[in-house]
Design a protein around this ligand. Structure first.
Ligand code: PEP
Length: 250
């Protein structure tokens, strides 16, 4: 089918304070109308900045998202943030199941699935992250691991309007290492087939992002791979020039 509209998303992780607002402003200022007509651009700052950033981005093509949500809409969950709370601040998306949370907070596929359903309930797009570790790749288990994570983390009834998948090999995150174009094509092809099997024709429309050491210098090659419908960018999203350079790869 037709190639989905690309999405370039920045994951700021635990970086940024109010003093970082000029970075967002530079992204907004540097996003040309021509580029904004072809791709979607999303910035996911820490939750503390979602309100400030959403206010600053209001009326521009740049969207603001969270990095995680609790599955429940409210309740006795000290320190957690509901999808409804991010939506209330003007967020439109949230990352769920990032590998750092799967590792550090021991999030399971079932929990990630519940978080994605929480995002849907609140009207947020869930960016569901999957990806193998270096040990899993070396053991030849990449496709089995990604298939299993996707099966367990993708809610039933997902649509292209509420769900994005991000393939992020754990060993490529923050390391400067990237898979070959052929390896990316293999995994994204698997994800596409799994989406088609679960969601039918809707599976052709769900965007599949690549993430892991995307830089301006490698973005064009990675983004040209079949079934790569955009990028999830960590470190390089903290500099407006680099983030815009990646977006310009489209
Ligand atoms: C990420 O953690 O989502 C990511 C892609 O990080 P980096 O771009 O820094 O590898």
């Amino acid at each position: 089918g037709l190639r989905p509209r690309p999405l370039v998303a920045g994951n700021w992780k635990m970086n940024g304070t109010r003093a970082s607002l000029p970075v967002l402003e530079a992204v907004i200022a540097g996003l040309t109308p021509e580029l904004a007509s072809r791709i979607d651009v999303l910035v996911c700052p820490p939750a503390t900045l979602v309100g400030t950033f959403a206010a600053a981005a209001a009326g521009t093509p740049v969207r603001i998202g969270g990095q995680d949500v609790h599955a429940a809409p409210s309740g006795a969950h000290t320190g957690c943030i509901a999808a409804e709370m991010l939506a209330d601040l003007g967020a439109t998306h949230t990352i769920v199941g990032h590998s750092e949370r799967r590792a550090d907070q021991h999030e399971t596929d079932a929990q990630v699935c519940a978080k994605a359903l929480g995002a849907r309930r609140a009207g947020l797009v869930a960016i569901i992250c999957v990806g193998e570790t270096r040990e899993e790749r070396e053991a030849g288990r990449t496709l089995a691991v990604v298939r299993g994570q996707l099966a367990g983390s993708l809610p039933d009834g997902a649509t292209a309007a509420d769900t994005v998948i991000a393939y992020e090999p754990v060993w490529a995150i923050g390391t400067g290492l990237t898979p070959t174009a052929a390896d990316v094509a293999e995994v994204h092809g698997l994800i596409r087939r799994e989406l088609q099997a679960r969601l039918g024709a809707e599976g052709d429309r769900v965007r599949i992002l690549y993430g892991g050491s995307v830089k301006p210098s490698n973005a064009a090659e990675l983004m040209a791979v079949p079934n790569v419908d955009g990028a999830l960018v960590g470190g390089a999203s903290l500099k407006a020039e680099d983030f815009l350079g990646i977006a310009a790869a489209y």
